[in-house]
Design a binder for this molecule. Structure first.
Ligand code: NAP
Length: 472
């Protein structure tokens, strides 16, 4: 392929932060024309920025302005409402692109593998997050918010989000873009005590300092921590004093301060517990309580402090449980998958085949590449690394040889299969319609929560026939 003349066609599957940052790095290449087609199974872009970031964190969501700019590039196309494995296959991608980047994130949750985990009233936090963010996959779920006591398992930022959303007042939630049905359900919530359960101590918590500080801004909730649970054991103390972890240091300071405060008599209580692991969720018909074992820390040979159970147990009566112990990647059809780690096997982003060889022209980026860790910005260098591998391979002539390397061929394929794809301009219309719907009821946005609803609103706005069920 003569450099700079024939466009290099690249597909990115997934439109979350890692997909957009991969596109941005590709767009910086000056010496050749690169056409990027980004696919998403939803009609809406942005992955977890839309469906995961907490509604009361609007500042984090402003990152989409940068994604809008990337999408405005003349050689960028968005094909929303197109599912890999259903509307297009792995073979289709190889037949239409010189390279494919998988940016599908981690779409499910990790299980605890304890008895009672599947009782009604025990949920993955990721389900609750998707539900309150109007993600179409989770719209049908219901959560029994008539319960007074709730346990949130895990000490990460997702657990923090869940705790905060449960603790916020109706007034606070109304100012966000939380799904309308979630606002209504949470406004009627009976939840009064929210237990956040960490298996290690305050110095090992996975949440970041702004998140733990934000708890004291909640107007309707007191924060309760037993002073003895923030007292550092000698190993944690040595770790904090070493100065190697500023986040842990700040977290410990904030948590210590909280433990010394008097409750203000606010309607809800957030009770932060440390050194406890759930061993069983109890109940006959549904969740009635959670049984915990007290942990102690020990130092592993690699220097990390891990929890191990003691022989002390306690039971807390709770009617709802949200396990928030991490996301988990999902296999894509016909693409190698490492079940244990929930990622596409890869070396610095190059997909690795079962025989140990790199797959020509296939790459991974973001959580499906490295696992569900890091904040949005972590995906920038991650995407840079993957794109660097891709460019290096291209420079060495290692790219796919697609039979139909044109945009017209892709669109013809989608049309012939009656796939009702959504373009970026279409998404802009959906975006504006959501904002207008919100303005009409004094909210910043009223999200559509069904794919059919989005396609119908779009068709009505454009004055075209509403797609039938089969076509969508
Ligand atoms: P995470 O940060 O990995 O936290 C998972 C938590 O679950 C940890 O406290 C972990 O404890 C605990 N855990 C794991 N297995 C457990 C078990 N069997 N029993 C009890 N506890 C267990 O995951 P996450 O909260 O899902 O967040 C994912 C990523 O998204 C993180 O990088 C996070 O920072 C990011 N995120 C950021 C924001 C934000 O910036 N505001 C918001 C949401 C998410 P151990 O530490 O002991 O393993």
């Amino acid at each position: 392929m003569p450099e700079g003349t024939t466009p290099l066609r690249i597909a990115i599957v997934g439109s979350g932060p890692s997909g957009f940052y991969a596109a941005e790095h590709l767009q910086k290449q000056q010496d050749r024309i690169i056409e990027i087609d980004m696919f998403d199974r939803l009609p809406t872009p942005f992955g977890l920025v839309r469906g995961g970031v907490a509604p009361d964190h609007p500042k984090i969501k402003t990152v989409t302005k940068a994604y809008d700019k990337i999408a405005s590039h003349p050689n960028f196309r968005f094909y929303g409402n197109v599912t890999l494995g259903q509307d297009i296959s792995h073979a289709d991608l190889l037949a239409h692109y010189h390279a494919v980047i998988y940016a599908t994130g981690a779409q499910t949750d990790r299980q605890m593998d304890i008895p009672g985990e599947d009782l009604p009233g025990s949920h993955a936090a990721t389900e609750f997050v998707g539900w309150y963010n109007a993600h179409p996959d989770f719209r049908h779920l219901t959560f029994d918010l008539s319960q007074e006591r709730v346990a949130v398992i895990g000490n990460g930022n997702v657990a923090m989000d869940v705790v905060r959303i449960l603790a916020r007042t109706e007034e606070e939630l109304r100012q966000t873009d939380i799904a309308d049905y979630a606002l209504e359900a949470l406004s009627r919530s009976n939840v009064r005590e929210i237990y956040m359960l960490g298996r290690r101590g305050p110095a090992q918590a996975a949440f970041t300092s702004p998140e733990v500080k934000e708890l004291e801004d909640l107007s309707g909730a007191d924060i309760i921590i037993a002073p003895e649970e923030v007292e550092l054991d000698p190993l944690s103390q040595a770790y904090i004093q070493s100065g190697q972890d500023r986040t842990a240091e700040r977290n410990v300071q904030t948590l210590t301060r909280y433990s010394q405060q008097e409750p203000q008599g606010r309607p809800k209580k957030i009770i932060l517990r440390f050194f406890v692991s759930p061993v069983e969720i109890l109940g006959t018909e549904r969740v009635e309580a959670i049984r915990l074992v007290k942990n102690e820390l020990y130092q592993r040979s690699d220097g990390t402090l891990r929890p191990r159970p003691t022989n002390q147990f306690e039971t807390i009566p709770v009617g709802l449980v949200f396990r928030s112990i991490g996301y988990q990647g999902v296999a894509l059809p016909d693409i190698p998958f490492d079940e244990k780690n929930g990622i596409i096997p890869n070396e610095r982003g190059r997909v690795i085949l079962p025989d140990g060889q790199p797959a020509i022209g296939e790459y991974a980026v973001g959580w499906i590449k490295r696992g569900p860790t890091g904040i949005i910005g972590t995906n920038k260098p991650d995407a840079q690394e993957t794109v660097n591998m891709l460019l290096e391979d291209i420079a060495n002539g290692k790219l796919l040889e697609p039979a139909h390397p044109t945009r017209a061929a892709v669109e013809e394929m989608l049309h012939s299969r009656r796939v009702c794809f959504v373009t970026y301009d279409d998404w802009r219309i959906i975006d504006q319609l959501e904002i207008q719907r919100g303005e009409a009821v004094g909210r910043q946005r009223l999200k559509y929560c069904y794919v059919e609803e989005m396609l119908q609103a779009l068709a009505e706005h454009k004055g075209i026939p509403v797609p039938t069920q089969q076509e969508s």
